[in-house]
Unconditional design. Structure first.
Length: 238
């Protein structure tokens, strides 16, 4: 007890922290600061004006830090699902590259989305589990990578990648395709138009009370609407 009393009264050098080399204390400070700041990668892709146009709940959702292997889980229900006849065949053909598009038109069925940090690429792994009334659910995997000419792209597997642009419209956050390409190592080859589905847009709209709507829409320049799927979610573990 006497030793503790004497130690607590020792004066601290005012320059001891400023001149010390980085150590475990600095790492803890950086981690704490990072937790308060959140994930700024999506924020960095928008102007200050556009970012502030988003509802606070949307900004918070896309600023959630998922470091250290943490996963965000969202549970919801499909409210709308429709296909053009070309769109249905395109979704079935896409099974050859892992099935990155919804293949069923059932509504009022549960849907789960998980988002996990991808330590290998510095991006995020998105997994969508679309249940069916009969049979096994469809599981869709993709990886959002913060790279490429637009600053963000989505990799669906088998070398297929899609560049994205993020825009804000009517207080909703939109991810819109900006080109498709095939990647082998560092080589990136643009896909010809006849091998692509057209313009893909994913819209995130906040609904209040902790709920939000995700809408996937693909419009082909010649055949029109190919696929539209909309679901309402809430975070399972905020």
């Amino acid at each position: 007890m006497a030793l503790q009393s004497k130690t607590s009264k020792l004066p601290a050098s005012p320059d001891s922290n400023a001149n010390s080399s980085p150590g475990l204390g600095d790492v803890s400070l950086d981690d704490s600061l990072g937790e308060r700041l959140g994930d700024v990668r999506f924020r960095a892709l928008l102007s200050d004006v556009d970012w502030k146009r988003l509802p606070p709940a949307t900004r918070q959702r896309f600023s959630k830090r998922l470091a250290d292997g943490r996963t965000a889980i969202y549970v919801g229900e499909v409210h709308e699902a429709c296909f053009g006849w070309i769109g249905w065949w395109f979704a079935q053909a896409a099974r050859l590259i892992g099935g990155p598009l919804p293949t069923g038109a059932e509504t009022r069925v549960p849907m789960i989305v998980t988002v996990t940090e991808d330590a290998a690429t510095g991006g995020q792994i998105w997994t969508r589990i679309c249940t069916r009334r009969n049979g096994f659910p469809q599981v869709i995997h993709s990886s959002k990578r913060f790279s490429g000419p637009t600053g963000i792209e989505e990799y669906v597997g088998f070398g297929i990648c899609m560049a994205l642009r993020i825009v804000v419209e009517d207080q909703a956050l939109l991810f819109r395709s900006a080109g498709y390409f095939f990647q082998v190592g560092r080589l990136r080859l643009p896909l010809p138009a006849f091998l692509t589905p057209g313009v893909l847009t994913v819209t995130h709209s906040d609904l209040g009370r902790g709920k939000f709507q995700f809408t996937l829409e693909i419009i082909h320049p010649r055949f029109g609407l190919l696929i539209r799927q909309s679901a309402v979610f809430r975070e399972a573990m905020p």
